[in-house]
Design a protein around this ligand. Structure first.
Ligand code: ATP
Length: 297
C-alpha cells in the first residue's frame, strides 16, 4: 500500500448540484440537488439534533439528508458550531438523534439501544480522534489490536503487517504512547481504526494536533486506506489542505448541509468557504435565501 498526496482537483470542482457553476447560479444549495450516491456506506434522512430546552436550546442539526459513498474519503467541513462533530457522532452511533433516521452499511442504527450501539461501534466502526485516545499503559501493538481483543476476534496477521508497514510503525510496536511522537501516536490510532476492517472509519479533526509533515503522512495514509484497502472514511476537518485529500467535501452551516464539492483542492475549498460564508451573511442580513455560486471549473 503506497502513499497518496492530495489530488489535484482543478478540473473537478462542483458545488451543490453537480453542474459546473461558473455560469449557473444554484439558488440556496439544498441537499435534494446533491449528486446521488449509488452505494452509500452511511446515510441520514431528516437528521435533527437538538441540545437543551427553552432559551438554551440549540438545533445542532436541522433536517440533514446525506449519503456518504462506500469506498471514498469524505470530508465534512464548515464553520465552528456548524454541526460537524454532531453529524459525525450521530452517524457513528456515539450520539442519538432527536429526529430522523441513520443507516450504516445497510443497518438502521437510529433506533438502536445503547447496548446495540456499543456492539456496532466495536465491530463495524473505526474511530480516529484529534487527541489520539490511545491507552497509555499498552504498547503500540497492543493499542492497534485492542478492538479485536475486546471483540475476542483473532488478529489477521497479514492485515496487521500491511498496515504497520505502511504506517512505518514496525520499529515502534513495543513503545508506549508516551514514547511516541504525536504523528506516530496518530498513526497508531489509524492502525487501530483499520485493523478490524470496519465498514467505515470516522476521523474527527485527525490532524488538528499535528505539524504539516505529520499531518500529510496521516492524510496520505487515510487516502491510501480507501484506494488500496477499499476502506470508507469520513473525516471532519476545518482545514482546506486536509479536505483536499478527500474524494468529496461536504459543507455544513447552521446545522444544514449547504454544498458539496468533488475532488476538491485547497484553493477551490477556500473559495467555496468564502462564498458560502458571504452568502450566509447576506441571507442573515436580508432574512431571505440568496443565490450561491460555486468555484468555476
Ligand atoms: N453536548 C452539547 N450540549 C449542548 N450544546 C451542544 C452540545 N454539543 C454541541 N452543542 C452545540 O451544537 C452546535 C454544533 O456543535 P458541533 O460541535 O457539532 O459543531 P462543530 O461544527 O463540530 O464545531 P467545531 O468546529 O467548533 O468543533 C454548537 O452550537 C454547539 O455549541
Amino acid at each position: 500500500m503506497g502513499k497518496h498526496r492530495a489530488p489535484d482537483g482543478t478540473d473537478g470542482a462542483d458545488v451543490g448540484d453537480g453542474r459546473a457553476t461558473d455560469t449557473a447560479h444554484a439558488t440556496a444549495l439544498v441537499t435534494e440537488r446533491f449528486a446521488p450516491v449509488g452505494d452509500a456506506i452511511a446515510s441520514a434522512r431528516g437528521l435533527t439534533k437538538v441540545y437543551g430546552t427553552g432559551e438554551t436550546m440549540v438545533r445542532a442539526l436541522d433536517g440533514v439528508d446525506v449519503d456518504l459513498a462506500r469506498g471514498e474519503l469524505t470530508a465534512i467541513m464548515g464553520p465552528s458550531g456548524s454541526g460537524k462533530s454532531t453529524l459525525m457522532h450521530c452517524l457513528a452511533g456515539l450520539d442519538s438523534p432527536t429526529d430522523g433516521t441513520i443507516e450504516v452499511d445497510g443497518v438502521e442504527i437510529s433506533r438502536m439501544s445503547q447496548r446495540q450501539l456499543t456492539k456496532l461501534r466495536r465491530t463495524r466502526i473505526g474511530f480516529v480522534f484529534q487527541a489520539y485516545n490511545l491507552v497509555p499503559t499498552l504498547t503500540a501493538a497492543e493499542n492497534i489490536t485492542l478492538p479485536l481483543d475486546i471483540a475476542r476476534r483473532p488478529v489477521d496477521r497479514e492485515r496487521f503487517d500491511t498496515i504497520v508497514r505502511t504506517l512505518e510503525l514496525t520499529d515502534r510496536l513495543h513503545h508506549r504512547p508516551s514514547e511516541l511522537s504525536g504523528g506516530q501516536q496518530q498513526r497508531v490510532a489509524c492502525a487501530r481504526a483499520l485493523i478490524a476492517a470496519p465498514s467505515v472509519v470516522f476521523a474527527d479533526e485527525p490532524t488538528g494536533n499535528l505539524d504539516s509533515t505529520a499531518a500529510a503522512e496521516v492524510l496520505g495514509f487515510l487516502r491510501s486506506s480507501v484506494e488500496e484497502l477499499g476502506q470508507s472514511v469520513v473525516m471532519v476537518t476545518h482545514e482546506p489542505t486536509a479536505a483536499a485529500y478527500a474524494h468529496r467535501a461536504l459543507f455544513l452551516a447552521d446545522g444544514r448541509l449547504e454544498a458539496e464539492m468533488r475532488d476538491p483542492d485547497a484553493d477551490t475549498i477556500l473559495d467555496a468557504l468564502r462564498e458560502l460564508g458571504a452568502a450566509r451573511e447576506e441571507r442573515r442580513t436580508a432574512g431571505t435565501p440568496v443565490a450561491v455560486t460555486g468555484p468555476g471549473r
